[in-house]
Design a protein around this ligand. Structure first.
Ligand SMILES: [Zn+2]
Length: 540
């Protein structure tokens, strides 16, 4: 009797909770097949911004998205909370240990120099409709996984269009993946949106036309004045451009000023609207995808920190610009036909000055002291160096020539350097390459996060994690990110549209679940490296 009851309950559960969504998900032509998927990423956008500034949001922007399925505790489970890795992670559903984007730049042992995550000397920048420039271009060649856009394109025999847009090339390229129809980013010195020969030999006419109108010109003579509603700063002038006599606008100096104002988000969203119109996104027989990252928030966040008037006003303006963009999207495609997700590549720590003022921690991390301590310990143990060939936000790279010359063992040298780093007062933990490769890391959350960031072919020899509120920023008034602490890790995750059950979900989830969830809803193969899981509680 009991067995039959259990069986009955199981069958009911399977029918109600599993088979039904699975059938919907397995068929990309289910009745609510979206015409367009919009993946909206805001660079350096903490989850708490949505809550802190919610009373000041208008209609149609963030408030509209907050009517979707909102995950309130979405945190990266890796240590490299940086732009390149973050965008790759969101769209591949995997961490750096799989997709290989370990940082924005890393030390390449073969070339004996730092390389940029999307640099590709085999490509050229495309800046107009005639021909490519001579400037070295960019591509996703270092990305070791497929993205959601790649899977959508392959599933429709490349009929689906996948367009990716950002002010930063690494964000646009890594979100789009290997098979994107196009990726566009903004070139500040020229004030134009550009691309790379990886995608095209010349810009489409509409992009060239958009550029010829000099989109930043609209802001000539304007100042960045806080909105009346901005808490603590209503109406205050936050930044003003001082032009010199006889200067025509927009001059290169003006363009670099505008680059640090929220006007850039309006400009970028304007470009995205033009892309939807001219590329006919959401109007073909198959689902299209637009991946877009608003970069300006990161520029302002670094300069002023998360508790500044500038970030408050930027968030409110992002809300207003987003409302206008979504209204336009509604007119062009119809929002009923669109699935939207909102997330961020990382959060940010308060500025070192703020941290010290409020006694949260030491403020500035002593990165140079870590390097000298390791250098000294290795010299004491094995003889003269140089022992450290490169240091970046996460790693110390040991000089393998010195290791050979001094007849030292690599793992011993790593161990000594890690111990010296750990002995510094503001270092929380240091792990060695040997520990990652031999599976001998301690069983701790920090070690797990570091392992999710570690890539055997690209990472350094000693992974250094600074204590909470010891920020690797050389300037006390500049904020930064790139650690495994929650202020850097917690980001929004919202799914909006007819496929999702609205509500606030306090379930633990990770940004790697974004690609997994969308792939499930669209009936796609999961991107090649996806470690995330579909958030079924929010899927209709
Ligand atoms: Zn940043």
């Amino acid at each position: 009797m009991l067995r039959r009851l259990v069986l009955c309950v199981l069958i009911t559960l399977v029918l109600v909770g599993w088979i039904v969504p699975a059938r919907t998900a397995a068929n990309p032509n289910f009745p609510n097949r979206p015409k367009l998927v919009l993946v909206l990423v805001i660079d350096q956008f903490r989850y708490d911004y949505l809550m802190r500034f919610r009373p000041y949001f208008g209609a149609g922007g963030f408030n509209r998205l907050l009517e979707g399925a909102v995950f309130t505790d979405c945190r990266y489970d890796y240590a490299s909370t940086i732009t390149g890795p973050g965008h790759a992670t969101l769209l591949t559903g995997a961490y750096s240990n799989i997709h290989g984007i370990i940082e924005n730049d890393w030390y390449d042992r073969e070339q004996k120099q730092e390389i940029y995550c999307v640099a590709d000397p085999a490509t050229r920048i495309v800046a107009d409709r005639d021909k490519a420039t001579d400037a070295p271009g960019f591509s996703p060649r270092t990305l070791n996984a497929s993205t959601l856009s790649d899977e959508l394109r392959m599933a429709t025999n490349f009929r689906s269009k996948a367009v990716s847009i950002s002010l930063k090339e690494r964000a646009a390229i890594l979100m789009g993946g290997h098979t994107a129809s196009a990726a566009y980013w903004y070139d500040t010195p020229s004030g134009r949106f550009v691309s790379s020969t990886y995608y095209m030999t010349a810009l489409p006419a509409w992009v060239d036309d958009f550029n010829r109108q000099m989109p930043a010109k609209k802001y000539c003579g304007q100042k960045w004045q806080a909105l009346p509603e901005t808490p603590g700063a209503g109406g205050k002038v936050l930044s003003e451009y001082q032009s010199s006599s006889n200067e025509s606008c927009p001059s290169p100096r003006f363009l670099s000023w505008v680059d640090n104002t929220p006007f850039m988000s309006e400009l970028e969203l304007g470009f995205a609207s033009a892309a939807i119109h001219n590329e006919h996104l959401g109007r073909g027989p198959d689902t299209d995808i637009l991946t877009m990252s608003l970069s300006l928030n990161d520029y302002v966040g670094h300069r002023f920190g998360p508790y500044s008037e500038e970030v408050a006003d930027t968030t409110l303006r992002t809300d207003r610009y987003l409302a206008a963009f979504l209204n336009d999207l509604d007119k062009q495609v119809g929002l009923a036909n669109v699935l939207i997700t909102l997330s961020a590549d990382h959060g940010v720590a308060p500025t070192p000055a703020f941290i010290q003022e409020h006694k949260l921690g030491v403020g500035t991390a002593q990165t140079k002291a870590v390097r000298s301590a390791a250098e000294k310990a290795l010299t004491d143990a094995f003889g003269p160096g140089p022992w450290i060939v490169s240091q970046d936000e996460l790693y110390l790279y040991l000089d393998r020539d010195t290791i050979k010359r001094q007849n030292a063992s690599e793992s011993k040298a790593e161990g000594i350097a890690a111990e010296a780093a750990s002995s510094q007062p503001d270092v929380a933990a240091a792990f060695t390459r040997t520990q990652f490769l031999t599976g001998t890391l301690p069983n701790s959350p920090l070690a797990r996060k570091a392992a999710n960031s570690f890539h055997p072919k690209r990472s350094g020899d000693v992974f250094v994690i600074f204590a909470p509120f010891a920020v690797p920023s050389s300037n006390p008034t500049r904020a930064t990110h790139g650690t495994p602490w929650n202020y850097d890790e917690q980001v929004p995750l919202i799914f909006w549209g007819s496929a999702f059950k609205p509500g606030f979900y306090a379930n633990a989830c990770q940004p790697i679940d974004l690609a997994a969830t969308l792939a499930a809803v669209l009936g796609l193969t999961q991107p090649s490296g996806t470690q995330g899981i579909p958030l079924t509680m929010a899927i209709k």
